[in-house]
Design a protein around this ligand. Sequence first.
Ligand SMILES: *Cc1c(COP(=O)(O)O)cnc(C)c1O
Length: 465
Amino acid sequence: MAHLTNTAPTAELQALDAAHHLHPFTHAAGLKDKGARIITRADGVWLQDSEGHRILDAMAGLWCVNVGYGRRELVEAAAAQMAELPFYNTFFQTSHVPAIRLAERLAGLAPEHLNHVFFAGSGSEANDTNIRLVRTYWEMKGAPQKKAIISRWNAYHGSSVGSGSLGGMKGMHAQGGMPIPDIHHIDQPDWWSEGGDLTPEEFGRERARQLEEKILELGEDNVAAFIAEPVQGAGGVIVPPDSYWPEVNRILDKYDILLIADEVICGFGRTGNWFGSETMGIRPDIMTIAKGLSSGYQPIGGSIVSDEIAEVIGGDEFNHGYTYSGHPVACAVALENLRILDEEGIVTRVREETAPYLKKKFESLADHPLVGEAKIVGMMGSIALTPDKASRAKFEDGGALGYLTRERCFANDLVMRHVGDRMIVSPPLVISTDEIDLLIERARKSLDEAMDEAERQGLLRAAAA
Ligand SMILES: *Cc1c(COP(=O)(O)O)cnc(C)c1O
C-alpha cells in the first residue's frame, strides 16, 4: 500500500503545493513566499508536521475533531463499511442501514420535536438545503411570498453561493456575486467591539430587537426564517450577552417565522451539551449539523428538521439531493463517533470537568496587558486583543496583532486561530487538564512575544475612536 506521507523533503512538497494546489481562504502569494506547513500525522490533541514538530491543536482541525485524532474505532468503522457497501444512494426510494441508523440516532439526540434528517456532504450544503426547505415549506403552506431569510453580519454559514449569502462575511460577499436575493442581515451581538456605552445586557436586548425591526420592515408575511449560530464561531467566537437569546425567543414566538440553529460548530458536545441550542436556551425548527458529527473523520453534514416541517414537505416530492446524501461510509463513521462521545461520557466530562477547568485558565489570560475580554462557552473561546482595555480600543492596524500572535503560537507549537484581533481556541473535547495547562502556558508566552514584536514594529497604536 502506498503511503502518502513524508515522500519528499518539506521544501519540495511546499514548492509543489504552491505550484498546483489552490487553497481555501489563503493568499496565494503569501503561501508561495513562506511555504505551507505540512501536517503528516496526528494523535489525541497532537499534530505532527513534516519537520517532526509536535503541535498542540487548540482548534480541533477546523472546529471538528471532537473525539481527537487517531481513534482506531473510526478507522475500523470506515473500513468495514467500505468492504460491505462503499456507496449506494438514498434517492428514488432506496436506503441503506448506516443512513437509517444514523437518522434514528440523531432524532434521539436532538430536541424532542426534531425527528427527521436530510443528509448532506457538508455544513455548506446543509445550509443550502435549509434555504430551499424553509421556502418550500411556506410555498406548500400557501404562503409563497414568505421568502426572506434574516441572518447576521459576521455570521458564518458556509462557503457555497447559498450558504455564503446566508453568512455575513463582507469579504466573501465582495467576490463572485453574493449575496443571492432575499437574504437580509442584522447586526451581531458583539458587545466588546460594538457595544459602545451600553451595558452588555442593554446591548444584547438592543441587538435582539433589530430582529423585530427587520421583521416589521420586511413584513411578517414575507419572512421565512431567521438563521443563527447559538454562539458565533468563525466570526471570532462571539458569546452573546445573557439578555440576547431570551429576547430573540420572545420575538420569534410573536411572529410566524422559522428558526434555523446552525449547530455546525456548537453541536456534538462543543458547548457542554449535545447541542448549543440547549446551552443557549433556544428552540429551533431546523438544526444544521456537520463538523463534530463525524469528528471530521469523514465529510458529512445534514439538517435535522421538525415534525411539522417534515410533514408539510412530505406533501410533494422535494426536488433536491446530493449524490452523497447519507453516504454509507460517512454515516457509519458518524454513528461510531456518536457512540464514542456517548459511551465515553465525553460530553458530560466537558460540561462538568474540563470546560470549567479551561474557563478558569482561559479567563485568567485577561490579566495580560494585550488582552481585553476573554469569553468562553464550553470548549469554544476567544480573547480580544486591544491597545487599551479601559476604552476597548481597536488597533490602528486592525488584524496585525492577531496575525502576529498566531505566528508566535505556531512558533511555540500551538495552533490558535486569529479572526482580526481576536484569538480563538476550540480544542478537541478529549483534551486533558494537563494539556489545557500547556495550552494556556504557550498562549501566554506567545502573547508576550507578540507584544514585544509589536512594540518593535510600532504596532501598538490605537485607532482613532
Ligand atoms: C464550518 C461551518 C459551516 C460550513 O460547513 P462546511 O462543512 O465547511 O461546508 C456552516 N456553519 C457553521 C456555523 C460553520 O462553522
